[in-house]
Design a binder for this molecule. Structure first.
Ligand SMILES: Cc1cc2nc3c(=O)[nH]c(=O)nc-3n(C[C@H](O)[C@H](O)[C@H](O)COP(=O)(O)OP(=O)(O)OC[C@H]3O[C@@H](n4cnc5c(N)ncnc54)[C@H](O)[C@@H]3O)c2cc1C
Length: 404
């Protein structure tokens, strides 16, 4: 979601990671990324948030600088033009990178999910045509599962349909919404039923839809608490040439689950970075806002906000890194990712809310990034599956007798 903005006062916020587990060899690159985001990306946020040609020019400049400084596409496989940093190590960097919503796009890690998905599950035609421009940032991708007329939490009810066109390709018809970045995407991965009927557990497939295809239409932007970034799209008999199926026909959910697990973990790391940013703003305000006989931070109820926020940050971080470590090692991480997702979303919402409270009216105004951070925290409790879904899924797994 777009919207974080660096505003007055933020430049004095010291960056403290409180991340003692970060290995020494990663610390150097993490600190360089943190500096890049703080000194180059945050000052550009108002322009980047505004979209249009000015935003495109600013992003292109940031990307050139990131490449020049050897910080481009750190977690992408070397075979795809990235630097091949393993997930466990990249996790420390992702937190610094994600302090701004624009960090991943500026540093070339935004394409990780789509690039890995196409690399592992795309046809040779699709890989040949789209992988390189996706990784270089020339093409933008979006992912569309959720639909207006059925619950996103129950994908077996998906109404979008894809039928064979008789020439090896597909015709796709349906409607999706809240697809992040779909309004400006070149490629949209769409979940569609290719076989059987709702609510069959089999028969769902993923298809790669070029936004330029006839029948693809952006119906409207869907501002989330006032911020742009999500769109509703219509697919009116979109014709896809052969090779645009991702993974096996009817087996979408295996590919989607792989993508979602990594996606959720990356988001959690970025939310940690944003929660730390909100914490820094709160600490700064509490320490400097003068009142008669002292500063706001002298008040015990303000100190409580600081304590509870730090506690949330410090207890969430190990959960998120545990999820990243297990996922990176190829281990089952369902419980760890579920715990991390709920904890990181809550933490961002809680810390941003506390920081707003400590700022008074200024916390809701246009001069700090806090409204955007709070908005991201609130949305975090819904996107990539609402809290309830993860709570139920973790509890069920824990209660299974065989789980050790
Ligand atoms: C900012 C943002 C970005 C998003 N980006 C994308 C994207 O890029 N691509 C995409 O496909 N989707 C995206 N989404 C959609 C998001 O993934 C869905 O909103 C989410 O999965 C929930 O689906 P739903 O909105 O249809 O809610 P529903 O499925 O209708 O659920 C509504 C509510 O019912 C309750 N509920 C549901 N299931 C359970 C359960 N098992 N137990 C208890 N309670 C339950 C919960 O309170 C839940 O919030 C985005 C959403 C937002 C807000």
């Amino acid at each position: 979601m777009r919207g974080s903005s660096r505003r007055a006062g933020e430049e004095v916020t010291e960056v403290t990671f409180g991340d003692p587990q970060c290995p020494a060899d990663i610390r150097e690159v993490r600190d360089r990324v943190a500096e890049f985001v703080r000194d180059r990306v945050l000052p550009c946020e108002p322009v980047l948030d505004g979209g249009g040609p000015d935003a495109a020019a600013a992003l292109a400049r940031l990307r050139r600088e990131a490449r020049r400084e050897g910080l481009w596409a750190l977690p992408l496989p070397t075979e795809l033009g990235g630097q091949g940093m393993p997930l466990k190590a990249y996790a420390h960097v992702a937190e610094a990178e994600g302090e701004s919503d624009h960090g991943p796009a500026a540093l070339g890690s935004h394409a990780l999910l789509d690039a890995l998905m196409l690399w592992r599950h795309g046809s040779p035609e699709v890989r040949e045509r789209y992988l390189a421009p996706l990784v270089s940032g020339e093409l933008m991708a979006s992912y569309a599962m959720t639909e207006p007329d059925v619950p996103g939490t129950d994908p077996f009810l998906t109404r979008t349909r894809a039928v064979p066109d008789g020439a090896g390709g597909w015709r796709v018809t349906g409607r999706k919404w809240f697809a992040s970045g779909a309004g400006g995407a070149d490629l949209v991965t769409v979940l569609a039923r290719t076989d059987g009927e709702a609510p069959d557990r089999e028969g769902l497939s993923l298809l790669l839809v070029p936004a330029a295809a006839a029948g693809f239409r952006v119906v409207r932007e869907l501002p989330v608490l006032g911020a742009a970034g999500q769109a509703e799209i219509a697919l009116d008999g979109v014709r896809l040439p052969p090779g645009h199926l991702i993974g096996e026909r009817g087996r979408a959910l295996a590919v989607a689950a792989e993508r979602l697990q990594l996606g959720r973990t990356l988001r959690c790391l970025r939310w940690l970075g944003q929660a730390r940013r909100a914490f820094g703003l709160m600490r700064e305000r509490a320490a400097t806002r003068a009142r008669s006989g002292g500063v706001l931070g002298d008040l015990q109820l303000v100190q409580r906000h600081v304590f509870e926020s730090l506690l949330a940050l410090r207890t969430t971080r190990p959960l998120v890194h545990e999820a990243a470590t297990r996922l990176g090692a190829g281990l089952d991480a369902h419980i760890e990712v579920g715990l991390a997702k709920v904890a990181a979303a809550r933490t961002l919402e809680q810390v941003a809310d506390a920081a707003i409270q400590v700022h008074g009216a200024a916390g809701l105004g246009p001069d700090t990034a806090l409204p955007a951070l709070f908005r991201t925290g609130r949305a975090a409790r819904l996107l990539d599956g609402p809290d309830e879904l993860h709570i139920v899924s973790v509890a069920r797994r824990v209660l299974r007798p065989a789980r050790t």
